[in-house]
Structure formats: C-alpha cells, structure tokens
Design a protein around this ligand. Structure first.
Ligand SMILES: NC(=O)c1ccc[n+]([C@@H]2O[C@H](COP(=O)([O-])OP(=O)(O)OC[C@H]3O[C@@H](n4cnc5c(N)ncnc54)[C@H](O)[C@@H]3O)[C@@H](O)[C@H]2O)c1
Length: 342
C-alpha cells in the first residue's frame, strides 16, 4: 500500500494507506484518543466506535462555525481532556476543517489524526494543514495552519459515499490532473492511484510553499467561481462540483484572453461536463452581480483586482482581472453549455 512523508514547519507527518477500515481502527491504540466523527459515517460504521469516547458531529457547513467549535471545546473541557488528548477526526472535509481548528486551538495545540472518509478529503483536504471556520457567510475566513500528526486512508469508506459526494471528490482530483496538463489520462477506475496522484501533487506544492504565499495558490484553480457558486447556492452545489464549474469558467476566460486555444478549452470542457450533468442547477445561482460580491471577498484578491488562477499556454499562474465583462460573458457561456447538456 502507498504511503507519503510530508515535511512541514510545524511537524513532519505520514500519510498511510490501509486496505480495510478495521486495520485503521486497530492501529489507533492511544489511551487519550477522543473521536470526532461525522454523523453519517457514524451511522454506517457505528460498530467500530462502540467503546470509543466520541462526539458525533453533523457534516454541515453550519458546523464549521465558532459557535459549534465552542460546543466541542465545552465538551472536551467537561470530560476533563487536557493537552495530552489525541483527537481522531473521522469524516470528510467539513469534519477535517473543524476538527483541525479544534486541535490547533485547544490547549494551544494537541495531537490529531485525520481519517478521511470522502474522496475529496482523501485526495486533497487531509494534507496541507489548513483548518477552517466559516464566519457570517464568509467561507473559510477563519483558520490556522496546523498539520495532523498522521493521516490514515482506507478507500473502503467510499463504498457508502453517495454519487453526489463521490462526484464532488472527482472535482478536486480533476484539478490536480489539469494542473499537470494530464487530464486526458485520468483513470478513475483506479481510484487509489488517483488519490495517491492528487496527494503526491499537493504534497510537492505544500512542501515548497506551506503558508500559501506563492505556488500553493495554484491549488485554487477553479475556486474563484467555485467558492462563489457554493455560497450563492447556499452549498446546494457541493465543493468539488463547484470547482469543476469554476475550472470551466477559468478556461473560458483563458480562451477569451487568448491564453489557450478554443480547441483546448472545448476539449477540456467535453471531458469535464459528464462530471456535473447530474446536478440540478438553478439559474438564480448564476446571477453575476450576486456571484461578484462573493468573488470580491476571495482571499486571493489584492486591491481592486480579482486574482484568478488561469491556464496560460500549458502553465498556470495567477492573473489580475479587472475586466468584469469578460468574467460575466465567460460565466454565462459556461452556464448555457451546462444547461444544454442537462
Ligand atoms: N482544508 C482543506 O485543504 C480543504 C480542501 C478542500 C475542501 N475543503 C473543505 O471540505 C469541505 C467539503 O468536504 P467533503 O467534500 O469531504 O464533504 P463533507 O465533509 O461535507 O461530507 C459530504 C457528505 O458526505 C457524508 N459522508 C462523509 N463520509 C461518508 C462516507 N464514507 N459514507 C457516507 N457518507 C459520508 C457527510 O456526512 C456529508 O453528508 C468544504 O467545507 C471545503 O471547504 C477543505
């Protein structure tokens, strides 16, 4: 099975792949372990956690809030956990973002292990140490950099993941392959290799730019429109699927600016459209002015510019965009193309 070593300023850590969930559970022997478990994962896999001290958390964006974090702190304090607690966070990106935030702030930082249970969390969010909390409708606006002590992956968890969330995971995987100009070689029948590919790609980037000052921002490809669409749809479009639409919009902009050929743009679009045609999209989520207000609050922006990761003749970089018309026309083209395919 695969494994990866990741170097980080805070601590180095390992990502280990396991065949079965049972192998993961048996490998956690720490007497101070406390389990934060995604509610749906708990329903499917309860028997593994019968005798484990635990808190079951709804996997909703509304759980990624200071109020909810405060509940968890109360819970830990009431159970008399201190700085030697070892949090074992079992779930998707929501649980990881929230659990990582708790781990990084409780007693100024405690040990934590991530056990990702969605494809998105396995191939992307389990490494890199970004912890996040939403605040007043601003997604991921609060957070820390705090890597886990270990990541334990078993693809067995994916047996219970629904299509909507599986396809959302494909979104982040697709992003990694796009950044390598390798999207036409993605082989989703070999999902473990794809997960490893994504993690390997991300690990190289985060080890060069852990704190998001330069190259790591490229991992935001597709996220400018992606985050805005997630917010505008009130999270009805799952994160990774919104990223796919964001990639289509970014490539449309590249094509309009002459950074890539129309042919390249349409080839990538044809490859990616099947991953989003199951979504029931509402026109109101695509109202440009509404999206623009979300886009303007994107963390990548500087001054009045909207900074977007764009494909430019085979490489990727951040471009400042101040021509709003090009954003609007590109988005409306993408919306029409998706609508016609649905
Ligand atoms: N920190 C990072 O680097 C990073 C990167 C990308 C995304 N994110 C964040 O991740 C979040 C999205 O995460 P996600 O896509 O993993 O979704 P999620 O955590 O919202 O989970 C999606 C749904 O799947 C359910 N679920 C999870 N595992 C399951 C399983 N094995 N079987 C059945 N159901 C299961 C959950 O209960 C939930 O209903 C967003 O909040 C996003 O901002 C963080």
């Amino acid at each position: 099975m695969h494994n990866l070593n990741i170097k980080s300023a805070n601590k180095d850590y390992q990502v280990n792949f396991y065949k079965e969930i049972d192998d993961i559970i048996k490998s956690i022997k720490d007497k101070k372990a406390f389990y934060l478990i995604d509610e749906n994962v708990y329903l499917f896999y309860k028997d593994y956690f019968k005798y484990k001290p635990r808190l079951v958390v709804p996997a909703l964006e509304t759980s990624k809030t200071l109020d909810y974090a405060s509940n968890i702190f109360d819970h830990l304090i009431n159970r008399d956990f201190k700085s030697d607690v070892h949090l074992v966070v079992i779930g998707g990106g929501i649980l990881q973002d929230l659990g990582g935030f708790i781990a990084s702030t409780f007693c100024r930082g405690v040990k934590y292990t991530l056990v990702p249970t969605t494809l998105l969390a396995m191939c992307d969010s389990c490494i890199g140490g970004k912890t996040s909390i939403n605040h007043h409708k601003r997604k991921n606006i609060l957070g820390t950099f705090y890597p886990p002590d270990e990541v334990k992956i078993s693809l067995e968890f994916l047996n219970t993941l629904d299509k909507r969330n599986l396809f959302s995971g494909y979104g982040e995987l697709i992003k990694f392959y796009c950044l390598d100009n390798n999207i036409f070689n993605i082989d989703l029948d070999n999902l473990e290799e794809c997960v490893y590919y994504g993690l390997n790609k991300k690990s190289k980037i985060i080890q060069t730019d852990e704190f998001d000052k330069g190259e790591r921002k490229l991992l935001n490809f597709g996220h400018t429109f992606g985050h805005a669409l997630e917010s505008a749809s009130n999270y009805a479009i799952p994160h990774g699927s919104a990223v796919i639409i964001g990639i289509l919009a970014a490539n449309e902009i590249s094509s309009n600016l002459g950074y890539c050929s129309e042919r390249y743009n349409t080839n990538v679009r044809d490859k990616l459209l099947p991953f989003i045609t199951h979504l029931k999209l509402k026109k109101e989520w695509f109202v440009f002015d509404k999206l623009l207000s979300y886009i303007k609050s994107d963390k990548k922006n500087t001054g009045k510019n909207i900074n977007m990761v764009l494909h430019n003749n085979g490489s990727y970089s951040i471009f400042p965009i101040n021509d709003l018309e090009i954003l609007e026309t590109s988005l409306s083209t993408v919306y029409e193309v998706i609508r016609l395919r649905n």
